[in-house]
Design a protein around this ligand. Sequence first.
Ligand code: LLP
Length: 430
Amino acid sequence: MHHFSYRNGQLCCDGVGLTALAEKHGTPLYVYSAATIRENFRRLDRALEGIDHRICFAMKANSNLAVLDLLSREGAGFDIVSGGELFRVLKAGGRADTCTFAGVGKTREEIELAIREGVYSFNVESEAELEFINEVAGALGRRAPVALRVNPDVDAQTHKYISTGKSHNKFGIGIDRILGVYEQAAKLPHLVLRGIQTHIGSQILETKPFVEALEKLVPVATELKARYGIEFFSIGGGVGIVYHEALASGQADWWKRAEDKRIGFEDYAAAVRPLLAGLGLKILLEPGRSLVGNAGVLLATVLYVKRTPAKTFVVTDAGMNDLIRPALYEGHHEIVPLREPASGAPRGPVDVVGPVCESGDFFAQDRDLPELAAGERIALLSAGAYGFVMASNYNTRRLPAEVLVDGDQADLVRERQSWDDLVRGEKIPG
Ligand code: LLP
């Protein structure tokens, strides 16, 4: 479910008109719906009722402090992948002991910070990292809690750049070697074996790959519990969302069609529950996209309509530096005008492109859209996950602003960068 819909001819987020927000804060502008994020979290939480679990939001998907605060109040922990993300959790008032620290390349500085702050677990990706964490913990006179990330060698059936659970991916330790590596880890004096973790990929639209992974891993987790008394099993994130036709005139209609196309949290929970119920381990989940993806839009303004004999280009003030998913993963984002087009309004195929000097700077190609004119505002939908967080200053463009809408209230939760921000920290020698 999400809270974006046309009301009286204007695209709104709950009670707030998006045109007014664009006028007030300028574009490009990210707008998030607090109600959507909250509902997603509660829905997943409810679907898992009866299983001892904790939802650790994969904050790489959206790390704005206001979003972290909102989820932390709901009871979420966090899946972090850098010292910077831990810093953000603490800034947002979240607790380190609800965080799992993942990633293949943790540095000494990051490991020290995480040990000092008391993270719940390091999700370790290699033997070399195990030994390094042991050494860093020893030097601090502490013991570091660890889980090994297991690569179950299953095909997540998703884009190759966001698939992680096959043996040729850089992630995790092969399932065939995992018990041996735990044996090694058990001998390291400054580690505590706390759990086991896996994550097979992102934007997964069916339950089968999750079930396949768990069928392989449950016996391993059982064995590890018996041998080392581990207390948790993190089953990662990866539940996909609907990108196509992400807006319909009737919300109920949208939701029904969305449910037909992706796995809902209830389907996901129903598929994994039988495998996890009897384990006696705390189940951790690391959803990112499924909590925030449909909860955000990127607003942009049409600068020019450029007609050539080959194509019509709609040039917007947002570019690939603001939202890179189409360029990087061929990601699809629905594009809708903020002013609802009249039924029967003229349409046609256009390329919606940004101002960045790259041919890859497009949001849509040959997309059938209602006719757009310069000055008109549009929304790129489902941009709440991996949107702002992947934005860059490429072409020396300022990072966009972000707004959080909660009911009738809209708060600017990140200011647009200033020109001075663009050169902060730089120096001309001499
Ligand atoms: N856990 C781990 C260890 C992960 O690597 C990820 C995502 C997640 C959880 C959360 O996965 P989610 O529930 O969001 O699917 N930038 C790409 C997606 C990259 C995903 C990276 N890892 C995109 O825009 O599609």
